[in-house]
Design a protein around this ligand. Sequence first.
Ligand code: PBG
Ligand code: ZN
Length: 327
Amino acid sequence: MFFPQFRARRIRGNEIFRRMVRETSLSVNDLVYPMFSIFGIGIKKEISSMPGIYQQSIENIVAEAKEVRDLGIPAVILFGIPETKDAVGSDAYSDTGIIQETIRALKKNVPGLAVITDVCMCEYTDHGHCGIIKNGDVDNDSTLDLLAREALSHAQAGADMVAPSDMMDGRVGAIRETLDEHGFDAIPIMSYAVKYASGYYGPFREAAESTPQFGDRRSYQMDPGNRREALREAASDIDEGADIIMVKPGLPYLDILRDLRNEFDLPLAVYNVSGEYSMVKGAAERGWIDEERVVLETMTSFKRAGADIIITYHAKDVARWLAGQVK
Ligand code: PBG
Ligand code: ZN
């Protein structure tokens, strides 16, 4: 049935009809807010390429986390900047490490907010790679033990969920086994299953001080041209025990998100990464785009492509905008 019997505009003519037939909805429950924690007191240092996002000492993290919770956002994901870095990323699995101290402060002072931790070595190694270096490259199998120790240490400090982002093969299985052995069988793993080697991580590396000191991450993160491989990455992480799988970055990889949604039935997350945020902020500051409209449209595109969870630096703004959307 086509024109003139069918007129697409009939159900598009007013906001009430549009609300009734809208296929995708966005909720504050979908959001996760990333935070960067650093040792010290009274520190709140803005990331130059990420307006509104800060490296913060723990008491400031706690204060902002309360704000996040009070906006109705269910969870934060934590990144840490350690005091000292070394070849094996010791602070990553130290009980007095930056993340461990931050988790304890959040669990004590901000009830009602889930604490997810990023599990990776790059913030803690002096060479800035996501694992142990052997013969000039990241060694997969010896890195697994350290990742498992890191995840366990986060769980022992009180983390509600761990999110490995290193892209080593076999790490979900290694983490699951170690958590289970120590009685943390109830802690979910959100795997950065499909993480591309992306230029969009640029601003994050300033925020987390995790730029590789030599080479790049192409020997472990996925090649941007690959689509079928994403399904294999996701399938293997699911097989190893991932509870939630993630695609990262977001906007340039919506096709991958949709592929995963069609193929798998577990919850899907998407990471709307630092470079995506910086581009929107930069254009909005110049008055080139309407920030609220563009961000809400982008968030809707993630939901439409199949995401259940959106990790985004825009989370607080999105929560406020959604709350103000009284019609
Ligand atoms: C650590 C990690 C990165 C991001 C999340 N976890 C950086 C990287 O892999 O280089 C990127 C997040 C962002 O850009 O917002 N492995
Ligand atoms: Zn890393």
